[in-house]
Design a protein around this ligand. Structure first.
Ligand SMILES: O=C(O)CCC(=O)C(=O)O
Ligand SMILES: [Fe+2]
Length: 331
């Protein structure tokens, strides 16, 4: 990282648009992101969070949802940048499968791809603990990891719209996802601009970070979208984004401050039989993946997971019991 350029982030009430609406597609095409209003109802969002706590407690490391003193790192699953839990069966937890099984979620993706025949990602969840209790729980500032999730050389053009379903109220003080509006439009220039850096990024790795003095990061003011519980944020994988923790938390806070379930659906016809086979096996073996459904990366083999100590201490969830609708999202 170079420079100490301070990127200004605006907490913004952007339009919250209906799942599957023409307006949602127009907004997404123009700005590179869109907020979908109530993809989940408030009670569905609450149930998703409840199931997420079941997952955490059933890891059997001693986590108790009602007792923040049991949320320390020695019990909490290993997190990637921004408090994202990518592994230990989370991608096949009842919580993540419950969310994927809600038709209003797929409706948003179906409108994007003009097809109902979609596959789901098997990815994880961003969970933020109240860092007034333990300052180490504070997640990264956005400036350290503005990125895209699509390799500019191996994956040209519009290929993937990724997203998250927000389960708790958002605020400027808590922080959250940050988007550089319209930055998907710069994507095509990246192979020239970052020739050197990109030559070192393996073609199958879709995570590309920007130095924080890149002028694109301030081309348009970075936004942190206000979202209600149940709202879904969608963004083009070419759009520059990250998450940024807030600066000011009430000293009394003793609950999770952010819960955002990652979700992505892409057209099935893009997926080779080989990858379909890996996906079937992933459900059987509880293997979590990235947002991409047409290429397969085992999240349990992310370097940060392989490096984690005591990986065997976690009890993994049971194999998911899926209905026909959920099964149709596998292959
Ligand atoms: O936590 C966030 O909002 C950022 C998530 C992210 O970068 C991703 O899912 O690709
Ligand atoms: Fe990302």
């Amino acid at each position: 990282m170079s420079g100490d350029f301070n990127i200004e982030i605006e907490y913004k009430h952007v339009p919250r648009l209906e799942s599957g609406s023409d307006a949602s597609i127009e907004y997404l095409e123009e700005h590179g992101y869109v907020v979908i209003k109530n993809a989940l109802s408030e009670s569905e969002a609450a149930k998703t969070l409840d199931l997420l706590w079941d997952y955490l407690e059933e890891l059997n490391t001693g986590i108790d949802r009602n007792n923040p003193s049991t949320w320390e790192d020695d019990r909490w699953p290993t997190c990637a940048h921004g408090g994202i839990m990518p592994s230990y069966g989370i991608g096949h937890s009842e919580s993540q499968w419950y969310l994927r099984g809600i038709p209003n979620v797929k409706k948003a993706f179906a409108k994007i791809w003009k097809s109902d025949d979609l596959l789901t990602s098997f990815d994880g969840v961003s969970l933020w603990r109240p860092w007034n209790i333990n300052p180490d729980w504070k997640t990264e500032s956005g400036q350290s990891w503005f990125h895209i999730d699509q390799h500019p050389i191996s994956k040209p053009g519009k290929q993937c719209i990724q997203g998250l379903v927000n389960l708790l109220p958002t605020s400027k003080e808590i922080g959250g996802n940050v988007i550089i509006p319209g930055s998907h439009k710069f994507f095509k220039d990246l192979p020239n601009e970052y020739h050197e850096r990109l030559s070192k990024l393996p073609l199958e790795i879709d995570h590309f970070r920007f130095p924080n003095d890149d002028p694109k990061l301030s081309s348009d003011k970075a936004v942190m979208c206000h979202m209600e519980p149940g709202d879904m944020l969608l963004w083009d994988s070419r759009t520059i984004h990250c998450s940024n923790s807030g600066t000011n938390l009430n000293q009394e806070t003793n609950t999770l401050i952010r819960a955002a379930s990652l979700i992505c659906m892409m057209p099935k016809h893009l997926t080779s039989e080989d990858v379909l086979e890996q996906r079937r096996e992933a459900v059987d073996k509880l293997i979590s993946t990235t947002n991409w459904t047409n290429s397969f990366r085992n999240a349990d083999e992310f370097p940060l997971i392989l490096e984690a100590e005591d990986r065997d201490k976690y009890s993994w969830p049971k194999k998911p019991v899926l209905n026909e609708y959920q099964k149709s999202l596998i292959d």
